[in-house]
Design a protein. Structure first.
Length: 757
């Protein structure tokens, strides 16, 4: 696929290369030295080699139009033509007005080292951008052609890097508030570039085993045009690669419907062939991974190589290190790079509050049944796959159960690679790789400094490069001890203040990662308004991530429902809130370590749990006997919210009868999804529950799940529930006796079965 307009030759602008595992512009040799860059996408700006201006006169209407017009016409424009681009109807004094506007623009650029003719020069016919001035669109077009050539040669890295290096291009627009008609040409050029970029990224993602990234690009393309058949085809392939055969079939049907409705045509033979391949492929799964973050990954090239070398042979690899050091990010990159034939499976354990839930999480990650003997089911699922990778992320809170799981799998699945991240070494002689902090030794170019600069730039800011600022930045990185989470929190502050000012505001005690983490968290919270703070603090309640509806429940009374999404967007942009965009509903939460710190500093009001319970009450089926298929997706989306409520109720922080009632209404859902987890929560809630209708119904639910597991301990639960519910809920009592009779018969207790009947 090629852009319809030719780009400049590669020698005229910097090329994109990946060094040390990071995304950077590598300034290659050029025919003419690049002295300035004009940026039109996502806001007008002019950059010199050392500084940037994106405010004041550079963003005045006349200045924006002058820059855009000259970008649109690299050969230059006559004075008259340029005036027509600047004014809808040029005034009678337009020659003087135009010269004045250009003079003012030149003067505004002098503080960043661009003298009169460095940006705009006079020509025989009028005006043009000076030699050595490049633009964001030209650079993007060449980066895309470079990536496409690399993909053709079998190298996917430059294409995958486009998602980060061209983030502003993909997310922004060209002079969005200007209605001059001639700008449509530039906007079409930008749109072609965006579409081209997303197609190249998607192709590389599919080729390198990253279907989630490919699906993200396809969805973005279809948001631009729902008749983009190539994007539909990418969507089908990505869902098939994710093991989602029904989703792939649904994607084909959406493609067929869109083409028929809008164009009156059928899918092409190529798309039909992909669809037929899906139909013949069965329903096997190769596992799924969380999406890679779009921001840069710095200073981990050696660590990543070490992990990949360790995964080359079957066994266990531990990534150990303090909280916030980046173990999860390193494991995720390793999984994407390694991607063995048998697939990758990712189990997040950092949110678990009980070891009994470890097998449930692993079974769900591996696509194994979640009822019955979980370890056996996991082994049966993974053993036939051959070389495969299982990532256990965050096992320090449930170490004994993690060790038991790993030991069993090592013996039963000899070709399996297991990568576990933990703050606490597991102590079994497995291959342990310490994850170090990022270095801040090299002034201006250290991984720690580059991480901060990257995050600040992503938020529209810029780190000054004068000597004093660089020394202050090095001091800040040193005080953060190179811990990425501390650096991320610092970057969130530096988007709106100078490095020197931030250092001045940090207390003297904020030395070392722990002190700085607390200090940065205090700084971040102090910068939030009342509503933003409510959203941020209440999210720390959640053991994992939750959809928007549950966040609204958590903050009801403090934040109007209509403003919650906006606050989440701002908190996500600042790096304080994580956003999981992988499903139909986005889910929001806090980094594990950040959640722990917030919980240490803030108390959760009971009203937050009440709001959460009410929101969950609206998701759980009103009729507990409803078929699970009717509401399974909604409950899956809100799974961490249910776990949070049940944990809080069992610990006395949330209303126990409400939690028992909701748990009862989930009993049929649990028979088809995470049965072992359902049994765990019901038994844990019943252990502290007073007598009452809610308790009796929950007791029936626990017995019901036990019945499906052929567990003899379910008999007394069912009979007790039948006795307690005989008057107030005779239908449920009758069901309890039916299941008790069936279980007794299965256990060869004929007399008891007859009595129950």
């Amino acid at each position: 696929m090629r852009l319809s307009e030719p780009a400049l030759t590669r020698a005229q602008i910097p090329s994109t290369e990946i060094t040390d595992g990071d995304d950077n512009w590598d300034h290659a040799a050029t025919e003419c030295s690049v002295i300035a860059r004009v940026c039109l996408v996502g806001g007008v700006a002019v950059e010199s080699e050392t500084d940037r201006i994106d405010s004041g006169i550079v963003t005045s209407v006349r200045s924006r139009r002058i820059l855009a017009a000259l970008v649109d016409s690299p050969a230059g424009l006559s004075a008259r033509r340029l005036a027509e681009q600047v004014w809808p109807e040029p005034p009678a004094t337009w020659p003087n007005a135009l010269r004045g506007a250009i003079a003012s623009l030149r003067a505004a650029l002098e503080p960043i080292g661009l003298d009169a003719s460095h940006l705009i020069t006079t020509t025989a016919n009028g005006w043009a951008l000076a030699s050595g001035v490049t633009t964001d669109l030209r650079e993007a077009e060449l980066a895309l052609e470079h990536a496409e050539a690399a993909v053709a040669a079998g190298n996917m890295t430059p294409a995958l890097a486009l998602r980060s290096s061209l983030h502003r291009l993909l997310a922004g627009e060209v002079l969005v508030d200007d209605d001059m008609e001639w700008l449509d040409g530039l906007r079409k050029r930008h749109r072609r570039c965006v579409e081209y970029c997303r197609h190249v990224i998607a192709d590389a993602a599919l080729a390198s085993g990253r279907p989630t990234l490919a699906l993200e690009q396809a969805d973005a393309l279809l948001a631009l045009s729902n008749v983009d058949e190539t994007a539909h085809r990418i969507r089908i392939l990505a869902r098939r690669s994710n093991g989602d055969r029904p989703g792939a079939i649904e994607a084909f049907e959406l493609c067929r419907s869109a083409l028929a409705e809008h164009l009156g045509v059928d899918p092409s033979a190529e798309t039909v062939a992909v669809y037929l391949d899906v139909l013949q492929s069965g329903s096997g799964s190769s596992g799924t991974l969380p999406s890679l973050p779009v921001d840069g990954f710095f200073g981990r090239a050696v660590d990543l190589s070490t992990v990949l070398a360790a995964l080359a042979t079957p066994g266990v690899v531990e990534l150990t290190g303090r909280g916030g050091v980046g173990k999860t990010r390193l494991a995720l990159h390793a999984a994407y790079e390694f991607h063995p034939e048998g697939g990758c499976f990712w189990a997040s354990l950092g949110d678990l509050t009980a070891g009994e839930l470890v097998p449930v999480a692993v079974a769900e990650a591996a696509g194994a049944p979640t009822g019955g003997d979980l370890l056996r089911a996991i082994v049966d699922q993974l053993a036939p796959l051959g070389p495969a990778l299982l990532v256990l992320d965050g096992g320090e809170l449930v170490v004994d159960e993690v060790v038991e799981m790993i030991t069993t799998l090592r013996e039963a699945v000899p070709q399996l690679r297991i990568l576990v991240t933990t703050r606490v070494p597991l102590g079994r002689g497995w291959n342990r790789i310490p994850v170090p902090a990022l270095s801040s030794a090299e002034l201006g170019r250290s991984p720690a400094m580059r991480l901060i600069a990257d995050r600040v730039a992503a938020r529209g800011g810029r780190i000054a490069t004068d000597a004093r600022s660089l020394v202050a930045l090095k001091e800040l990185c040193t005080r953060c001890e190179g811990i990425p989470l501390a650096l991320e929190l610092a970057a969130a502050q530096l988007a709106g203040m100078a490095v020197v000012d931030l250092l001045d505001e940090l207390p003297d005690v904020a030395v070392g990662a722990n002190g700085v983490l607390h200090a940065m968290l205090d700084q971040a919270r102090a910068a939030l308004d009342k509503e933003e703070l409510a959203v941020f603090d209440r999210l720390s309640v959640v053991d994992g991530t939750v959809p928007l509806s549950l966040v609204r429940g958590l903050v009801r009374g403090d934040v109007p429902a209509g403003r919650t999404a906006r606050h989440l967007t701002l908190l996500g942009d600042s790096g304080l809130v994580t956003v999981d965009r992988s499903g139909a509903r986005w889910r929001y939460g806090l980094d594990d370590e950040l959640r722990r710190l917030v919980r240490e500093q803030t108390a959760t009001p009971r009203e937050a749990y009440e709001g959460l319970a009410d929101a969950l009450d609206g998701i759980a089926p009103a009729d507990a006997t409803s078929p699970p298929a009717d509401y399974r997706d909604s409950i899956d989306d809100a799974g961490d919210g249910f776990r949070t409520l049940f944990r809080a109720a069992a610990e006395g922080e949330a209303d126990l009868p409400s939690a028992l009632n909701i748990a009862y209404r989930l009993h049929r859902y649990w028979t088809v999804s995470r049965m072992a987890e359902g049994r765990y929560w019901l038994h844990r809630l019943l252990a502290v529950a007073p007598e009452g209708q809610a308790t009796a119904r929950a007791r029936f639910a626990a017995g019901y799940l036990g019945y499906w597991n052929a567990d003899p301990t379910a008999l007394p639960l069912l009979r007790m529930a039948a006795s307690e519910l005989a008057n107030d809920a005779p239908a449920i009592a009758a069901r309890a006796l039916i299941y008790a009779a069936g279980l007794a018969d299965d256990l060869d207790l004929a007399a008891e079965a007859s009595q129950d009947v």
